[in-house]
Design a protein around this ligand. Structure first.
Ligand SMILES: CC(C)(COP(=O)(O)OP(=O)(O)OC[C@H]1O[C@@H](n2cnc3c(N)ncnc32)[C@H](O)[C@@H]1O)[C@@H](O)C(=O)NCCC(=O)NCCS
Ligand SMILES: Nc1ncnc2c1ncn2[C@@H]1O[C@H](COP(=O)(O)OP(=O)(O)OP(=O)(O)O)[C@@H](O)[C@H]1O
Length: 194
């Protein structure tokens, strides 16, 4: 089985591209969705202990938690130490399930693939990318996003240029959905033949 790691910096179009892989019939594990799921259940009590006041009615409030950790290196590190091993376990179980089922290709959608040393867990890497100006416009048009928040997040991410350099495939999301879908299809075709 081939494990393709899919990643990209904030606003590069990673989630949109992950959906395209799923539409091609490739099983996709979404790290961010795993975080959401954990925040809605298992991890809520632990997060409430670490960051009192960020859990509302048993569910982690991401805006409240984000306000505590974005731009605060120590707090973010503590959160990562708590949540990343749990997300990794979820992804490992997904891989094991598909290995046992004889699946040929799976995608691990990991926003922080490079930042968290996840590159060893995948066979190939696809990076979703777009020019910095496109990224900036996309991100700043989101509700609740500010220049400061954007800068704080970017400073925690491996630069796009380095990601592109270290990738096996670079998917350009700045030339429309059809263009990206074509690239996704080509990758799926190539990797399904291995
Ligand atoms: C800080 C939190 C609560 C903010 O939630 P919110 O829904 O507002 O934002 P969202 O998750 O969509 O993230 C926005 C952008 O920040 C980036 N980002 C999130 N966490 C991190 C991090 N630890 N380091 C660098 N970038 C990060 C994401 O990749 C994304 O591009 C949330 O991102 C979180 O719990 N982060 C820690 C877990 C994590 O590392 N997740 C990302 C990979 S699984
Ligand atoms: N191939 C594409 N063509 C046109 N627009 C795109 C393409 N891919 C993504 N977009 C647009 O870019 C924006 C960001 O995309 P998306 O939410 O997939 O990014 P992301 O990388 O997952 O973001 P984050 O890491 O912040 O969660 C969205 O508005 C989406 O519609």
């Amino acid at each position: 089985m081939i494990i393709l790691g899919l990643t990209g910096s904030i606003g590069m179009g990673k989630s949109t591209t992950a959906r395209m892989f799923a539409e091609e019939g490739v099983p996709v594990h979404d790290s961010d969705a795993a975080v959401h799921k954990l925040y809605e259940g298992e991890a809520a009590a632990g997060i409430d202990r670490l960051y009192p006041g960020t859990v509302v009615e048993g569910v982690v409030d991401r805006t409240k938690l984000g306000a505590r950790v974005i731009g605060n290196a120590e707090a973010l590190k503590k959160l990562e130490e708590y949540i990343h091993p749990r997300v990794r376990a979820d992804a490992d179980a997904f891989v094991k399930r598909h290995e046992e089922a004889g699946t040929a290709l799976v995608v691990l959608d990991i926003p922080l693939l490079f930042e968290t040393g996840g590159t060893d867990r995948v066979d190939r890497i696809a990076v979703v990318s777009a020019p910095a100006e496109v990224q900036r416009q996309r991100v700043l048009s989101r509700d609740g996003m500010t220049e400061e928040k954007f800068a704080a997040i970017l400073s925690k991410q491996v630069p796009d240029e380095e990601k592109r350099r270290r990738a096996d495939y670079v998917i350009d999301s700045s030339r429309g959905l059809d263009h990206a879908r074509k690239q996704v299809r080509e990758i799926v075709q190539e990797l399904s033949q291995i």
